[in-house]
Design a protein. Sequence first.
Length: 150
Amino acid sequence: MTYPIISNITISTPDGDLEGIMEVDGTIWPESYSRLTVMFNGGSLMPAPSVVNQDLLMRLWNDTFKNAYSNADMNRSFISKMKRWAVHSLLKLTPPTDTEAELQQDCRFWYTIDNSPHGYLDILYLDQDLRISKGNRGTYIIHEKIIIEN
């Protein structure tokens, strides 16, 4: 089963706060009755509707993220560039680019991971509407079932 993990975030800038949406795409499958294997495939960052609907906030979003990736690449040390290359090579990670974000109507930055490491979730509690699990790195996660009607 594939699923998105959607998080509402606040990005603080010197000119004001911006609401954003961070989405991580994952795949999950049962390993046993009480354990699920998890793999992350990529994700994105985009402005929240509250930002998109206000011209002033959209200008701030665009000013904040304009050339963010190319500027970061120019400011990386040699060692940082080598570490980044190693991680990208091992995970077969395709990072977002400034050009792709400019082409997206929703100003979304995308990344993909083609060689994602696997983790797991141990199910601690489960009912019709709620699942509480503990990840292989010690993170506790509470999943609430939400039904979206079209």
